[in-house]
Design a protein around this ligand. Structure first.
Ligand code: NAP
Length: 348
């Protein structure tokens, strides 16, 4: 009937409306039998690596317009398990498609073990020789958001001028690298000198700047793009989006991947000059990676080839142990992370 373990997991104490703090979270324990009723379709997973993503903050709010949009954005109630993307190993299965010891990727949880009901948010994982953490980031949803967001939403042409915000982050660093490999001119912004150096020296960005040192973002972007921006890949929203729109060229495209500066401040808004939108015929399109699955095969094969040929760099920021989840998450909103933030829960 399976052995019993004490499962440690992270929950929120109350809804979070503002910047998250470590004290908003608590580590709970509960006894868990590593057994699944045959025919139940339940899968018990030992979590190995879990993803730490900004969108989870919107789920933790008392109210967010995101809550009713798509099933992975549903609200999280205080005390509840927090489901999150990640990689784990099956320890018990009542589902015909999964067996003990299978490696799986999909929606697990911020804890040591996950009970996945119905198993339909999981799939078997063949790591194909890549570290398991890569399947959480570059070969997971960050990679898909970057690749699909850039190629399907921005529809780039070679030589176009691309601006990326939160450019040293998980999605941003990949957008910049894909855009360079495709043949665009790429400038990124990030929140520290060390991040700016990484973009220019390791990731091949044509240029980069620290937005925290700039006082007038419109003129900053004019300085970096004297001939205008063709594509803006937005991860932050608010003032940066306004400044980018002011500097866009005719028929420019803005892909709105996320608006992290607005997640912690519900009063913040972007108010781009709509005359720019009309007369420059600018497209602003929000998207979710889940909508881009038709480009998945292309994304995975291209990215694996780039990895095998050493053409793309993997930037990961990994903390150890379930106890580090709250600070890893809080750090996203302070710019602590460089590249994909992951918590490694256990060795393989
Ligand atoms: P990330 O960029 O790895 O981490 C967040 C980064 O955002 C921080 O390191 C920080 O870097 C920057 N940041 C934090 N607060 C900020 C603020 N107030 N203003 C400007 N920058 C701020 O996270 P990610 O997972 O790659 O996500 C990036 C964005 O894409 C988020 O908005 C996220 O919600 C979105 N996203 C969307 C999809 C989708 O399907 N549409 C999928 C994945 C992610 P600095 O040091 O540079 O400030």
């Amino acid at each position: 009937m399976g052995r019993e373990v004490i499962n440690k997991y992270v929950t929120i104490k109350t809804h979070i409306d503002g910047a998250p703090q470590d004290s908003d979270f608590e580590l709970k324990t509960a006894a868990l039998r590593l057994w699944a009723e045959p025919g139940s379709n339940d899968v018990i997973v030992k979590n190995l690596h879990v993803s730490i993503d900004p969108y989870q903050l919107n789920r933790m709010k008392g109210y967010s317009s995101s809550h009713r949009t798509i099933n992975f954005a549903v609200p999280i109630s205080p005390g509840m398990d927090i489901d999150a993307y990640g990689v784990g190993r099956v320890v018990a299965s009542g589902h015909p498609e999964f067996e003990e010891d299978d490696l799986v990727v999909g929606l697990i949880s911020w804890g040591e073990y996950s009970v996945v009901k119905g198993g339909n948010t999981l799939r078997k994982l063949d790591p194909m020789g890549f570290p398991l953490s890569n399947h959480v980031g570059i070969l997971g949803f960050s990679g898909l958001a970057a690749h699909g967001g850039f190629f399907q939403v921005c529809k780039p042409k070679k030589g176009e001028k691309v601006f990326v915000s939160a450019a040293s982050g998980s999605v941003g660093n990949l957008v910049g690298q894909y855009a360079k490999l495709f043949g665009c001119y790429v400038v990124g912004c990030a929140g520290s000198k060390q991040k700016v150096n990484l973009l220019k020296e390791k990731l091949g960005f044509d240029d980069a700047f620290n937005y925290k040192e700039e006082t007038d973002l419109k003129s900053t972007l004019k300085r970096y793009f004297p001939d205008g921006i063709d594509i803006y890949f937005d991860n932050v929203g608010a003032e940066m989006l306004e400044a980018a729109v002011a500097n866009m060229n005719i028929f420019g495209r803005v892909a709105v991947c996320g608006v992290i500066s607005q997640y912690t401040d519900s009063g913040k808004r972007a108010a781009p000059d709509m005359l720019d939108i009309v007369y420059k015929r600018i497209t602003i399109q929000g998207f979710l990676a889940a909508d881009l699955m038709n480009g998945y095969t292309d994304f995975i094969s291209t990215t694996q080839d780039y990895l095998n040929d050493g053409k793309i760099q993997v930037i990961e920021d990994i903390s150890q142990g379930v106890e580090s989840i709250p600070s890893a998450f809080v750090g996203l909103f302070r710019g602590d992370n460089v590249g994909k933030k992951i918590v490694k829960i256990a060795d393989e």
